[in-house]
Design a protein. Structure first.
Length: 440
């Protein structure tokens, strides 16, 4: 089973029927736009938002109607008013989860504010993206941002640009494609074409899902022409609000958005058990996620229901499945013994300037990177790596020099690359070497 190490698909797709007060974001200064730098990790847009004065990290998720907070600790010290208990259902194999609704909160994104923002708070500690992404994430936000601004996403430069709808003017762009983007139930959709196996192109209607790190999801039960190709494998697809999501992974021959065509992108077919709470799909055939969307710079205009796309420098990046067979996660902290040296210049009346040098060792605390899963018959499995092994070094460089997502990219860089790992298992250090292999 291949478990993509850095992907945790937090696909909420809530089906609760609670209404929220209608509030809007506004510019605190007279501006035409607000530029917000973001981090692109695991194909996800992560950016800071202040909630009631506390700075937190959010994923921009066009598939969610109201913000959801999770992974809050005592250190976050977030002051909330009255909370109403509710239950939310979403993608996954399990039942609904308990949540709380909070109203009248102040959300601040640089010079943009909403002084009456509502959100859901989930306290279930198992719903936590941070260990698998390797970066603190406290929540997701979507519709409120997309609805109140014309939203430009420059994936290549890692910039989110919130345009004032009153002053925004569409620019002439010969290299762009303008696509219809119907908004249904506060979610954006796009029409695309895909070719499975040797069949003709199939027209598909897809949710634009910036909160999914996958490339493409297709629902095989909605269209008899949509079914997994002959070459596929069963796998864990990610984690939804209501538990784990499983299905089949494969490749399509091609995928087209307007005039732009991608060859052999990855595709997943979630199983029916994982979609048991997802009953109102309408004429939707699936979703297009971050691994495809990041290859374009986007402008989403909810008022005109238009999506403007232009391919960027990431367009020709290959689509690779996990080539090592390893899933990694942050797991606690550990001490690392490091050498140090210091020098200090002292002035002596008799001897002039003397340089004093001291050296020794010190212990520093770093996050541990642990193997959370090893795919059966993968390169890592064949050499004997096991779940629970803690990685100490990669290709001779200490693991504490890497963030989790950097290590994931390093050990899945390109087919044929040799990887040398030093791991700790049961207080014993072990060395392993394997070669990356392309899947499908």
């Amino acid at each position: 089973m291949i478990k993509k190490p850095y992907i945790l698909l937090f696909l909420l797709c809530c089906v609760c029927n609670f209404s929220f007060s209608q509030s809007q974001y506004f510019f605190t200064k007279h501006k035409k736009k607000q530029v917000v730098p973001f981090k692109l990790i695991s194909h996800l847009i992560i950016f800071p938002i202040e909630i009631n004065g506390v700075k937190l990290s959010f994923i921009l998720d066009s598939g969610i109607s109201k913000p959801v907070l999770f992974n809050l600790t005592d250190k976050d010290s977030l002051h909330l008013g009255h909370l109403d208990q509710i239950y939310i259902k979403g993608l996954g194999e399990d039942d609904a989860v308990k949540a709380y609704r909070s109203d009248h909160n102040r959300f601040t994104i640089k010079n943009v504010e909403n002084t009456d923002q509502s959100f859901y708070l989930i306290q279930d500690k198992s719903i936590n993206l941070s260990p698998s992404i390797g970066f603190p994430v406290h929540g997701i936000i979507g519709y409120d941002i997309f609805n109140d601004f014309v939203v430009e996403i420059n994936y290549a430069r890692r910039k989110l640009i919130l345009h004032n709808k009153k002053t925004y003017k569409k620019k002439v762009c010969r290299k762009c494609e303008v696509l219809k983007m119907p908004i249904e139930n506060k979610k954006p959709y796009v029409f695309a074409k895909t070719k499975l196996q040797n069949t003709d192109e199939i027209d598909v209607k897809l949710l634009i899902d910036t909160g999914s790190s996958s490339a493409l999801w297709l629902f095989s039960s909605e269209n008899p022409k949509i079914s997994p190709p002959k070459k596929y494998f069963d796998d864990y697809l990610g984690k939804g609000l209501s538990g784990n999501i499983h299905g089949k992974k494969a490749r399509t021959k091609s995928f087209s958005l307007g005039k732009f065509t991608l060859n052999e992108p990855k595709v997943a077919f979630p199983d029916e058990v994982s979609l048991k709470h997802f009953t109102d799909v309408g004429d939707r055939n699936g979703s297009v996620g971050g691994e495809i969307l990041k290859r374009f710079n986007l402008i989403l205009n909810y008022d005109s229901e238009e999506l403007i796309i232009r391919k960027n420098s990431l367009f020709h990046n290959p689509f690779y499945y996990n080539m090592s067979g390893l899933s990694l996660e942050n797991s606690g902290m550990h001490y690392v013994k490091e050498a140090f040296s210091t020098s200090q210049a002292n002035y002596d009346n008799n001897k002039g300037v003397r340089k004093l040098v001291s050296s020794g060792y010190e212990f520093k605390l770093y996050p541990s990177i642990r193997i959370s899963n090893v795919r059966k018959d993968s390169p890592a499995d064949k050499v004997g790596l096991k779940k629970g092994d803690v990685i100490l070094s990669v290709n001779g460089r200490l693991a504490n020099h890497y963030k989790l997502y950097e290590m994931v990219e390093l050990i899945n860089k390109e087919p044929g690359q040799h990887i040398k790992l030093l791991v700790s298992r049961d207080h014993t250090n072990l060395k392993f070497t394997f070669k990356l292999e392309k899947v499908l």
